[in-house]
Ligand binder design. Structure first.
Ligand SMILES: [Zn+2]
Length: 242
């Protein structure tokens, strides 16, 4: 009996050793795979912070055969939008947390049918999209700055941009408006279309063509983007906490 018991005890010890030997590698494997998942997650987050930061798409309205509005001076809207957009781009390039992309950087034509502008931003998985325009109306005395958006999650972004741009132009505040425009409708991120001012208003147009006003407006757009980013960062933080 004693011998048998001893044998049984030895048997039990051996079984326990076998089980331990079997479980241990499984534990190590699962710990490793857990780690590698975390690492993959971390590195993708890091690469997002490092490589993409806050992605901003600037969309200079019109281009090429699409002149946009003809201003009081006879100059086209497409040249105003490109000139201002390039200033915005330059300023955004100085922001370490931002990465800027343009739908066009020269007088290229982008067909509306191609839906290239929103598709470009969607493909980039951009954080915000800003389309830059100058307004037109038959009555040359009409003046003011307005911003369009479409989806409800773009309303706050449009509101912030409008506030800053109005401050910089000093034109009448025509407010923000919800409008079914494809560039703000087909974009999957907060998107706004700014009508900086009326190119058909001779006084406003001559100001809008100056380097001075364009620099001020460009700075105001960047301020607006930064304010929106801060707000959404805080919102994200609060959502994470609660
Ligand atoms: Zn336009």
């Amino acid at each position: 009996m004693v011998f048998q018991r001893k044998n049984w005890r030895n048997h039990r010890t051996r079984n326990m050793l076998v089980v331990t030997l079997l479980i241990f590698p499984i534990l190590i494997l699962s710990a490793c795979s857990g780690n590698s998942n975390n690492n993959a997650k971390d590195s993708s987050n890091n690469s997002k912070n490092k490589n993409t930061a806050f992605k901003v798409v600037i969309d200079p309205g019109h281009g090429g055969e699409d002149n946009g509005a003809t201003g009081a001076s006879g100059q086209y809207e497409k040249s105003f939008t490109l000139s201002l957009s390039k200033k915005v781009k330059k300023l955004l390039e100085q922001e370490s947390e931002m990465e800027v992309f343009m739908t066009r950087t020269d007088d290229s034509f982008i067909s509306q049918e191609s839906r290239y502008r929103p598709k470009y931003a969607n493909k980039l998985n951009a954080d915000v999209f800003v389309s830059i325009h100058g307004n037109t109306f038959s009555n040359p005395s009409v003046s003011g700055t307005e911003t369009f958006y479409y989806h409800n999650n773009s309303r706050q972004f449009a509101q912030i941009l409008q506030k800053h741009v109005v401050e910089s132009t000093g034109f009448r505040d025509r407010g923000i408006k919800k409008k079914d425009l494809f560039v703000v409708r087909d974009t999957e991120m907060p998107a706004a279309l700014i009508e900086v001012g009326y190119l058909t208003n001779p006084a406003d147009e001559s100001e809008m063509r100056t380097d001075d006003l364009q620099s001020r407006v460009a700075a105001s757009i960047v301020e607006g983007i930064k304010e929106y980013k801060e707000q959404s960062d805080e919102q994200g933080f609060l959502n994470g906490v609660f």
